[in-house]
Design a protein around this ligand. Structure first.
Ligand SMILES: CC(C)(COP(=O)(O)OP(=O)(O)OC[C@H]1O[C@@H](n2cnc3c(N)ncnc32)[C@H](O)[C@@H]1OP(=O)(O)O)[C@@H](O)C(=O)NCCC(=O)NCCS
Length: 426
């Protein structure tokens, strides 16, 4: 069935070209709207706006489907590594053995940070949030690598390969600086996530360093965060990149967008909320009542999603993983029980049912990070490490086409023209 669409504005009727995606999503092309009718669309929060065509990730929020380049998240999780998923997002296909070997070797070869990045991390005050430091450290890399846009032997853009390799090194350096510990050099014998745990926890007595099963669990978490189509931070990366701002600066902006508690910062906010429930004697109904109270700004963090109106498939996988990791560590974290109780109470409550609010990716992830010994402030940094290949794939996709600068319109509601009055008469 072919779909037609038109819009009438006053006495003008404009036929709208219809775009149908590969999953039959329908978009109405309104690019001629303002020229032909003088009107613009009004869509605060962009809930009905398709800002681009994209071939990276498909998401069906009603059915709870998430696929990277066509592969269901459930198949990728546990079957491939984070580096394979990174390649998939960046190149469009899973790597073959030779491609993966070259990519892995190149990633290992570029993990060490330029000296100035350590100096920048050290210069931040002790109470600075790690996301602020991560963004600044990333931005600072543009001065070092700006001209390095050539494609490496491993088949990836050099700047992008470097940042992928160095993100965990930056995160570990931030953590260790906060603890007053010297940075640990990367170990090229170790794979991506195992090396990250090594750089984080070596010499701290944390058993996560050197445990291959824990490294595998962390790798899986990174995969689950690797892309999520046009979310706030990814749209930021695309928008900033649309001004032909360099890659590192675009990613630095994405990091700051992710930091917010309504986006990636929710993983930290969830654990702080669970702490609050513990302080209320573990009473989950207290939290549910607060979240429903329209006079309160309290929200059930880790619940609800702009796109998912069903279970977030990532949350389902992470919930199982929380049991696995805590079991492996022999930890019985009362917060896990509280989180499960909270989920159960909310899913039975008419308020959450009517609004289709389900646990999202951030609901259980923080419990795993806490069990692994990551401080709360680093949770969103972990999200960022996972999301980097997605941001990069979108930055590339946007800049590969005849990208226009992103520039929304507005409906002006301020004062009409008036004359400036002299200071003595105001
Ligand atoms: C993710 C989120 C920002 C999506 O927001 P959104 O699509 O703009 O949805 P809205 O804020 O318009 O919410 C729709 C309704 O559900 C309610 N709602 C949404 N999320 C809620 C939550 N976590 N707790 C309580 N109520 C919530 C809103 O109050 C609103 O109710 P109303 O219709 O009576 O006014 C929102 O669900 C939220 O703040 N969640 C908590 C933060 C979080 O976990 N973020 C991570 C996302 S991966």
């Amino acid at each position: 069935m072919s779909i037609t669409a038109e819009i009438r504005v006053g006495d003008k009727t404009l036929p709208l070209p219809v775009i149908v995606g590969t999953e039959q999503e329908v978009g109405l092309d309104i690019q001629a709207l303002r020229d032909k009718t003088g009107a613009v669309t009004f869509d605060p929060g962009y809930g009905n706006t398709g800002a681009c065509e994209s071939a990276v990730t498909f998401l069906d929020g009603e059915l709870g489907i998430l696929r990277y380049r066509g592969y269901p998240i459930e198949q990728l999780a546990g079957k491939v590594s984070f580096l394979e998923v990174s390649w998939l997002l960046l190149k469009g296909e899973l790597p073959n053995a030779a491609e993966l070997a070259a990519f892995t070797a190149a990633e290992k070869a570029h993990r060490a940070l330029p000296a100035h990045v350590h100096a920048i991390i050290a210069a931040f005050p002790a109470d600075a949030h790690p996301m602020a430091i991560l963004s600044a450290a990333t931005l600072s890399l543009s001065s070092t690598y700006l001209a390095d846009e050539k494609v490496t032997e491993a088949g990836l853009n050099k700047s992008q390969l470097l940042l992928l390799a160095q993100f965990p090194t930056i995160a570990a350096a931030i953590y260790r600086k906060g603890k007053g510990l010297a940075a640990v050099a990367p170990d090229a014998k170790l794979a991506y996530s195992a090396n990250f745990l090594h750089m984080m926890f070596e010499g701290t007595g944390n058993a996560a360093a050197g445990d291959p099963e824990i490294a595998k669990a962390l790798d899986l978490l990174l995969i689950l965060h690797a892309d999520h189509e046009q979310n706030c931070s990814t749209s930021t990366v695309r928008l900033v990149g649309s001004a032909q701002t360099d890659y590192f600066a675009s990613i630095a902006a994405g990091i700051t967008a992710l930091w917010g508690p309504l986006h990636g910062g929710a993983n930290q906010a969830v654990i702080e909320m669970l702490d609050g429930i513990v302080a209320h004697g573990g009473d989950v109904n207290w939290a549910v009542a607060q979240a429903k109270d329209k006079d309160s700004s309290f929200r059930l963090m880790g619940f609800g999603h702009r796109v998912y109106k069903n279970f977030d498939p990532r949350a389902t996988i992470i919930k199982v993983q929380a049991d696995v990791v805590l079991g492996k560590l022999g930890k019985n974290d009362p917060q896990l029980g509280i989180a499960k109780g909270l989920e159960e109470a909310a899913l039975k409550d008419e308020y959450f049912v009517a609004r289709k609010l389900y646990p999202n990716v951030d609901f259980y992830s923080g419990i795993i990070y806490r069990a692994l010994g990551f401080p709360y402030g680093l949770f969103t940094v972990l999200f960022a490490i996972g999301r980097l290949p997605g941001w990069t794939a979108h930055w590339n996709e946007h800049n590969a086409g005849k990208a226009k600068i992103g520039r929304p319109r507005q409906i002006y509601t301020g004062k009409n023209a008036r004359d400036v009055v002299e200071l003595s008469k105001r």
